[in-house]
Write a protein that binds this ligand. Structure first.
Ligand code: UDP
Length: 332
């Protein structure tokens, strides 16, 4: 077995796909997760160590047992709307506990880190597509928590010799093409799984949050990126970090550069599922920018990242295959 990588949040949607990609590339992923939102059943490629981000004692024990050479940090709360309503919870988990986590890495002499950041760091974009040099001014507390950790990593590089990459995800979508893992949030807040639930008749309708945006059909435009493509970028980032001789803190956008509106996503989900998806109109969701589309050229040029599933229909088809399976399975 190759190098061990500690994957904090490895039982979650993106984290489980990262663990699979790591294993496929010869690494042993050790999942560190408190299972507050993740699922033990999604941990299939290495051991699961239960623990909180902010539990320094537990973390030191896990690091001592597994001796990881690098860390991928995905653990965190992710719901934009919830972060507006309850920012304290977000700052506590995504910042305060994360500081403890980073300091535990520092104390253990682990200097290679890939961090899950978000396109939410840009806030309402001034132009589109958004490159990494676009000003960062988040529109919601979730985005601020991500930006704060990015800022810390920039300061930890020269001070402690940290080498880190922050991956700014646009909208993660789809599921493992082999059907082994997929999205399973509770409560679900994301557009595609909710639309698929509506297709399955598990909810009455999908609500469209706002149709008065300055976009072609009035609904919000987002850049959907397949979760397996996202996962691949983490493996590439670890390899890239290995080649860095100097402390560094870099950020890379991960998106596919194509924007789809909420209404287009729902229409595509209707075509993929061959079912009618009832919709309901509602007002804007707080904190949502009108358009968020990436320029991910840097990840392609520097990390050598390529997309295997850029097409929205494929992403939704993979999500649909997983969704049907999940609907039929018992929950854990
Ligand atoms: N959205 C929607 N109805 C829903 C959930 C989401 O219209 O039930 C919209 C949301 O306002 C945003 C887009 O779909 O414009 C993507 O939202 P999601 O929550 O999936 O991801 P986010 O962009 O918040 O990361």
């Amino acid at each position: 077995m190759g190098e061990t990588i500690l994957v904090a949040g490895g039982a979650g949607y993106i984290g489980s796909h990262v663990c699979k990609a790591l294993a496929r590339n010869g690494y042993l992923p050790v999942c560190y997760d408190d299972l507050s939102t993740g699922h033990a059943s999604a941990v299939k490629w290495g051991p699961l160590e239960k623990g909180r981000l902010g539990d320094a004692v537990r973390l030191a024990e896990v690091i001592d047992r597994h001796r990881p050479s690098a860390v991928v940090l995905l653990a965190g709360f992710i719901a934009v709307g919830e972060s507006v309503v309850d920012p304290a919870r977000y700052y506590l988990n995504n910042v305060a506990e994360t500081i403890t986590f980073l300091n535990a890495l520092k104390d253990a002499g682990i200097s290679h880190l890939v961090f899950s950041s978000s396109a939410a760091v840009y806030g309402a974009p001034r132009q589109t597509p958004v490159g990494e040099d676009h000003p960062t001014w988040p529109a919601n507390p979730y985005g601020w928590t991500k930006l704060m950790v990015e800022r810390m990593l920039a300061d930890y590089a020269p001070a402690y010799g940290m080498r880190s990459v922050a991956l700014r995800y646009f909208n993660a979508a789809g599921a493992d093409p082999d059907g082994e893992i997929g999205e399973d949030h509770d409560p679900e807040t994301h557009l595609i799984p909710l639309a698929l639930d509506a297709a399955l008749g598990r909810r009455e309708a999908i609500t469209i949050f706002g149709d008065d945006y300055d976009t072609p059909d009035g609904s919000c435009v987002r850049d959907y990126i397949h979760v397996s493509d996202l996962a691949d970028a983490h493996v590439l980032a670890l390899g890239w970090l290995r080649g860095q001789t100097q402390p560094t803190a870099e950020a890379f956008n991960l998106g596919n550069g194509n924007g789809y509106s909420v209404k287009e996503v729902i229409a595509t989900a209707g075509r993929v599922t061959k079912r009618e998806i009832p919709t309901r109109m509602a007002g804007r969701r707080s904190g949502d920018p009108a358009i968020l589309v990436s320029d991910a050229g840097r990840a392609k040029d520097v990390l050598g990242w390529t997309l295997r599933h850029a097409d929205l229909e494929t992403q939704i088809a993979h999500a649909w295959a997983w969704h049907g399976k999940k609907a039929a399975a018992p929950t854990d």
